[in-house]
Design a binder for this molecule. Structure first.
Ligand code: ADP
Ligand code: MG
Length: 696
């Protein structure tokens, strides 16, 4: 019954049905009743015009339209009306559907108005209010009111929030019997949930604030429960299926390196993580571990020690980085660290010469090369290992799941995988995105680091800034100047960047400046980068291409132009490029003076903390999970209708625990009390809106 088409609902018809399908992918009754309000408004109160001000949210008034007036021409054309209620009057304004509005709402009739007052050139007005005669006001609309998101096209088809609500009311009225339950009895009892029918009815038409909360709880729980059930099932399947190499020994390579070569004491966090990795590589299952650690937390050493364990057990290891610059840096660092240890290390990238390649490939196949470092060249073409036992992937979010999977295919038994990322991911998100990975965290920086000082400066005051920067340059430091470059405004952005380059040269004529951006050829980019790495240039003007992993310890200043255009995580990543040496480093966030509240918050978080995890949590709160780096590439795309990973961590934990319990008792969901779970999971996995897919 709930699969019935919405086209036949009163007042819908083919045209509106088509708009709903195109805009919201909404076809059936079920789609409609699972379209939840994004917020609620208390409609029990009617204000007077005298009481209202521009900082109020949506409010209701009772009054009449005095007269209409059409103003402006072309795109500025608009309809205004004066609305009065005996305590005062207020202007109403419409930019669309001018004719229909005038025909629909009569001068002199009493209406209940619903809208948001805004202050516009010192006068209050309400744009696109909803108007309704009192007798049309049906039950349920006077109490707590759900507000539904609608698009521009929907509004043009008169499918505004109120209309959606009416359609939902019609459907719920038609569904007389209770909606079939989608969770089993045990779970409903254990988690203290209300039943589905009550939840759906109250999420749309709350009978009381208490029932609304219970409805939200039930629906959030259910959403997160199925998400976790899905992920955990994949994980369980993988655990069962994928045996791994057993690395029992910690032998000479590891020990000699640890006791002779290690230039410093490991941090406690590094020690803990290495222990976790050792256990993983010794339990007979393939390791799939995500290593999170803020920039500069010393992930490279952890990677190297893990690879040495592979060597100690007679296996080869590989380390894969997202760019040639990074691969080269890793290669040099690791060679240096391994001095005197008699380990064969090689590098393979896109620009490895044919001759070298011809030498390298057979040596790799024979097992003479023990550690291979490189870019994706490692998993492309004819690269064959003798016995690859362990792979480290650095800066995970540049590699998709598909590439990870490709690596695995090289062996009959898949190598252990350690994925390293400097983009900290909040725990709730990690549990959801990387449910298939175990997570280790390095939450401690090596001692003696000076935290980067971050300062927010208005662009208008940039002149003072340049003098401080000059002082740094005079002390032999290097400077990054970063410009935003996004696809939508690429031309303008490139122009700003090249202008910035020219201006920088003028301001600092005594220094060498280089420039790098994503539109340059990769060889050209590398060459420019190399100039900066070697110290030939002192200032680098760049886009975010420098974001990942580049290590120039002498660079102690980063200026970020138009910092308001960057997200928190991205700003934090960029900032990680400085503060790598012994000197005090600075990150300057340049913005215009007028900023939105959200942007101001971002700037103040950046100046207040260097902790990547706090920043990641804040980022999740400000932007939602869809925009967080790595969400798209994580392999599990998901679309949460009601739960919010930044607020519902506790519900998520409970849902995960209960999903775990169910699967432990009944891994294949074959028991009769779990039939409903099995059925619902199948249905969700078929539903393209969920966008779930299994990692193979
Ligand atoms: P990231 O986690 O960003 O990849 P790196 O591995 O590049 O960090 O380490 C950053 C710097 O810190 C390197 O110069 C490295 O030699 C140094 N380092 C790593 N671990 C320690 C430690 N335990 N004590 C002191 N310095 C360390
Ligand atoms: Mg690194």
């Amino acid at each position: 019954m709930d699969q019935q088409n919405i086209m036949y609902l009163p007042g819908v018809g083919p045209k509106k049905a088509e708009v709903l399908r195109r805009e919201l992918d909404m076809v059936s009754w079920e789609d409609l009743i699972y379209y939840f309000p994004y917020k609620y408004i208390d409609r029990s109160k009617i204000f007077t015009i005298r009481e209202i001000n521009g900082s109020m949210p949506y409010i209701q008034l009772r009054g009449k339209i005095h007269h209409y007036e059409t103003l402006g021409e072309g795109s500025a054309r608009r309809l205004t009306a004066v609305f009065y209620d005996g305590t005062g009057n207020i202007e109403l304004v419409w930019f669309r559907n001018i004719k229909q509005i005038q025909n629909t709402y009569k001068v002199g009739t009493e209406y209940i108005l619903f809208g948001k007052p805004t202050l516009f050139s010192h006068r209050l007005n309400i744009a696109h209010p909803e108007l309704e005669t009192e007798d049309k006001f049906f039950q349920g609309e006077v109490g707590i009111q759900g507000q539904y998101n609608t698009t521009e096209k929907m509004k043009n088809a008169f499918l505004h929030s109120r209309a959606i609500q009416r359609l939902i009311a019609a459907v719920l009225e038609n569904i007389k019997s209770p909606l079939p339950e989608t969770l089993n009895k045990e779970i409903i009892e254990q988690a203290h949930l209300i039943n589905l029918d009550e939840a759906i009815r109250n999420i749309h038409f709350p009978k009381s604030p208490d029932l609304l909360r219970k409805a939200q709880y039930r629906l959030k729980f259910e959403e997160l429960f199925y998400l976790q059930l899905n992920i955990l099932r994949v994980t369980k399947y993988r655990e069962k299926r994928l045996g791994g190499f057993v690395f029992q020994r910690v032998g000479e390579y590891f020990n000699r390196f640890y006791h002779q070569n290690l230039p410093f004491e490991l941090t406690n966090a590094q020690k803990r993580v290495i222990k976790e990795i050792r256990q993983d590589m010794n339990n007979g299952r393939q390791m799939n571990r995500l290593l999170q650690g803020d920039v500069g937390s010393g992930k490279t050493l952890v990677a190297l020690l893990s690879m040495l364990i592979a060597l100690d057990n007679g296996f080869q290891a590989a380390l894969m980085a997202p760019t040639e610059i990074l691969a080269t840096q890793h290669y040099e660092t690791i060679k240096e660290l391994l001095q005197g240890l008699d380990v064969e290390v090689s590098i393979l990238t896109g620009s490895t010469k044919k001759k070298e390649r011809e030498k390298l490939l057979p040596a790799l196949k024979e097992g003479k090369i023990q550690i291979l470092i490189g870019t994706h060249a490692l998993i492309e073409g004819p690269v064959e290992f003798h016995n690859l036992g362990m792979v480290v992937i650095d800066e995970q979010h540049r590699f998709g799941v598909a590439q990870r999977a490709k690596l695995w295919k090289k062996n009959a038994i898949q190598p252990h995988i350690l994925v390293m990322t400097a983009t900290p991911i909040p725990r709730t998100l990690a549990m959801t995105l990387y449910g298939d990975l175990d997570v280790s965290v390095i939450d401690e920086l090596p001692p003696g680091r000076k935290p980067v000082k971050t300062i927010h400066v208005y662009s208008a005051k940039r002149n003072n800034l340049y003098e401080s920067v000059r002082k740094q340059l005079q002390q032999g430091r290097q400077v990054y100047i970063v410009y935003p470059l996004i696809e939508e405004s690429e031309k303008m952005d490139l122009k700003n960047l090249t202008e910035g380059f020219e201006i920088t040269k003028e301001i600092f004529p005594e220094y060498q400046v280089c420039m790098i951006h994503g539109k340059m050829k990769s060889a050209e980019k590398e060459a420019e980068m190399q100039k900066f790495v070697s110290g030939e240039t002192q200032i680098m003007v760049a886009t975010t291409v420098i974001e990942v992993g580049v290590n120039v310890p002498n660079a102690s200043v980063m200026i970020i132009e138009n910092a308001e255009r960057f997200g928190l995580s991205q700003l934090h990543q960029l900032r990680g490029r400085v503060g790598r040496g012994a000197d005090q480093s600075f990150c300057i966030l340049l913005t215009k003076y007028e900023l939105s509240e959200n942007t101001r918050k971002r700037m103040s978080i950046m100046t207040e903390t260097n902790n990547g995890f706090i920043i990641a949590e804040e980022d999740l709160k400000l932007r939602g999970p869809g925009d967080i780096d790595g969400t798209q590439q994580s392999g599990i795309a998901f679309n949460l209708k009601i739960a919010n990973l930044s607020h519902d961590g506790q519900i998520l934990q409970l849902a995960r625990d209960m999903a775990q319990q169910v699967l432990e008792a009944d891994p294949l969901l074959q028991q009769s009390q779990h039939a409903v779970l099995n059925q619902q999971l199948k249905k969700l996995n078929q539903n393209r809106q969920m966008g779930w897919f299994m990692i193979s």
